[in-house]
Write a protein that binds this ligand. Structure first.
Ligand code: ADP
Length: 575
């Protein structure tokens, strides 16, 4: 875990490099759009110039018909610019979408790779907010900030050069006012970044608190603290409001500073060119007057275009601040586990897998001592090995090691003699079924929940899994049978029924290794005996490791490993 500023800077720099690469088409199109704007403005100046000249008290003689080319040019350039701008928007949106997909993939694999232990570090509400909202908010960083960070120099430079060519005096004014903008932006930008990061924190706090309180709503109501909790939530929401207003204030000031610079440039150019045009009006050469008026109009009309990229950058600055906020949270995720020394290349014979722990040590937290201390035992193929021991003895740690979420600090775990680290993770996942204390039921139909284990299972295989797990016994009580929506927000199932669904999944998966982590921890004795009976059938011919401190495990006449404080205290049945 590394939250230092240097790490955040390195992360944002790496993202900026990737963002710039993806934003290249959008940047090129942006510069083309600016060049087209110059052409458009030149056409407008040539339409308005002659019209204005006739209004001035001219001493010369009026020339013939007005040319038609500025009108045709303006229409043509406008159409092309429209198409170029649309293409630029599309390419920016595509870059944003690709970046979000990549980042979300990285975050999810980091969360999934860390396994259940990730919840010990980060609240599930904060994780959900990170994977959904934060990454979504990063869209602007790639679709707006990345192109704007180059265009704010590139586009005004094109416009400045064109004004310098036509009207050097106006170019000087434009250059001076333009140079003042980055200074003001630097001042407000820092404020915006800090305000945005604070708003991020407030939002995450509110989300985590809300999720927490919703989960514990029964406890809150029964302890008579509903009002107190409601007012605390209101305070957190108010905190978020204040911080959001602060961001808006900073954004308003930053936008106002650009407007000020633009207005000053407009007034200065209008005054200096107006004086010049009036002086030219007394000149008998009408062509000269026309040129002065047209050039001055061109310089004036370029001003809003010149400042537009600055405004784009100021708006996108918020996106950059959001990216830095997200960086803090992404970097706080557990680092991906280092690659095994030997690259996993092996698969093992999937029928009859013998699992052996050889002198395995593991420590979660050095200050709390080793969770597993030189643990050795063998779980022979096709037999059940019961891990017994009081709470905190290390049973779940053994399960997490077997599931591959963590790795031994020393010692090794072998599957048919092959080091677990050398086995291809996919092969490992295919060989293993796991049933925990509380089965996870996803929001969806019962069929989807069962077929989760094997989406390509046939109807016959599903029916057989339903029978073997005794799910068919309560199927008739469900309103829509297999199509009943269960999980959060769906039809409520009892603990025993839910556990049967987990057993059905395991039947469908038909893996040679079965890991059972206190599968009856929350069941009453009658249901427990019933579920154990189903599990016994499921366990036939599989290598089973069952962690349980229930006295009912005697139903499994397998080997037994007694654990106390992470050490093997006794083995029974030659384990
Ligand atoms: P059991 O499953 O037998 O109750 P555990 O394997 O859960 O035992 O716990 C063994 C020790 O490891 C305990 O001291 C527990 O506090 C610690 N432990 C378990 N899981 C974690 C974790 N994710 N992070 C930190 N410590 C943990």
């Amino acid at each position: 875990m590394n939250e230092s500023k240097a790490a955040i800077r390195a992360w944002t720099r790496a993202q900026a490099r990737l963002g710039l690469r993806m934003a290249r088409p959008s940047i090129i199109l942006g510069v083309i759009s600016s060049l087209l704007a110059v052409a458009q403005i030149w056409c407008i100046a040539n339409i308005l110039g002659p019209a204005l000249t006739t209004l001035l008290p001219v001493s010369g003689v009026a020339s013939g018909n007005e040319p038609i080319w500025p009108f045709a040019g303006f229409a043509g350039f406008s159409m092309i610019r429209l198409a170029v701008n649309a293409a630029s928007e599309i390419s920016a949106a595509t870059a944003g979408r690709a970046a979000r997909r990549r980042l979300r993939g990285e975050v999810l694999s980091s969360i999934i790779g860390a396994g259940p232990a990730v919840l010990q570090q980060t609240h599930s509400g904060a994780l959900a907010a990170l994977a959904v909202d934060r990454i979504e908010a990063l869209d602007g960083y790639f679709s707006r900030w990345a192109p704007a960070s180059v265009l704010w120099v590139g586009a005004p430079a094109c416009l400045f050069l064109s004004v310098l060519w036509v009207q050097p005096r106006a170019a000087l004014i434009l250059g001076l006012c333009g140079a003042a903008v980055p200074v003001a932006q630097a001042v407000f930008g820092i404020g915006a970044a800090v305000a945005s990061r604070n708003q991020f924190l407030a939002m995450t706090r509110l989300q985590a608190r809300f999720l927490d309180r919703i989960r514990g709503i029964a406890t809150i109501v029964l302890s008579g603290r509903a009002d107190e909790e409601a007012s605390r939530l209101a305070t957190a929401a108010d905190d978020l409001r204040v911080r959001t207003m602060k961001i808006l204030r900073v954004a308003f000031l930053s936008s106002a500073s650009i407007d000020c610079a633009m207005i000053i440039a407009l007034i200065a150019i209008a005054l200096s060119d107006g004086k010049h045009a009036l002086a030219a009006a007394s000149d008998p050469d009408r062509q000269y007057l026309l040129k002065v008026v047209t050039d001055s109009l061109f310089a004036l009309l370029v001003v809003p275009e010149f400042f537009a990229p600055f405004r784009g950058l100021a708006l996108a600055y918020q996106d950059r601040a959001l990216a830095q906020g997200a960086a803090t949270e992404i970097l706080a995720l557990p680092e991906p586990q280092p690659e095994a020394e030997s690259h996993p290349v092996r698969t093992v014979e999937a029928h009859g897998v013998t699992i052996a722990f050889e002198d395995v040590c593991f420590t979660w937290d050095a200050s709390r001592g080793a969770a597993l201390d030189h643990v050795s035992f063998v779980a022979p193929a096709g037999e059940t090995t019961v891990l017994a021991g009081p709470s905190g003895a290390g049973k779940s740690t053994i399960m997490e090691l077997l599931l591959g979420f963590i790795r031994p600090d020393s010692g090794r775990i072998t599957f048919n003699g092959a080091d677990m680290q050398a086995i291809v993770p996919d092969a490992l996942a295919r060989m293993t079924s796991w049933i925990g204390q509380r089965p996870v039921l996803f929001a969806g139909t019962l069929r989807e929940n069962i077929m989760f284990a094997r989406p390509d299972a046939t109807e016959e295989e599903v029916s057989s899994a339903l029978r073997s797990s005794s799910v068919d016994r309560f199927l008739a009580d469900l309103p829509d049978g297999l199509e009943t929506v269960i999980g959060e927000g769906g039809f409520g199932l009892s603990g025993g029924q839910a556990q049967r669904i987990a057993i059905a999944r395991a039947y469908l998966k038909n893996a040679p290794i079965l890991l059972l982590d206190e599968p009856t921890a929350y069941l009453d004795p009658v249901t427990e005996a019933d579920v154990f009976e189903s599990l016994k059938r499921l366990a036939l011919k599989r290598t089973v490791i069952l962690a349980s401190h229930s006295t009912a495990v005697h139903m499994f006449n397998g080997r037994r490993v007694d654990l106390v404080h992470g050490r093997v205290a006794a083995r029974q049945g030659a384990a």
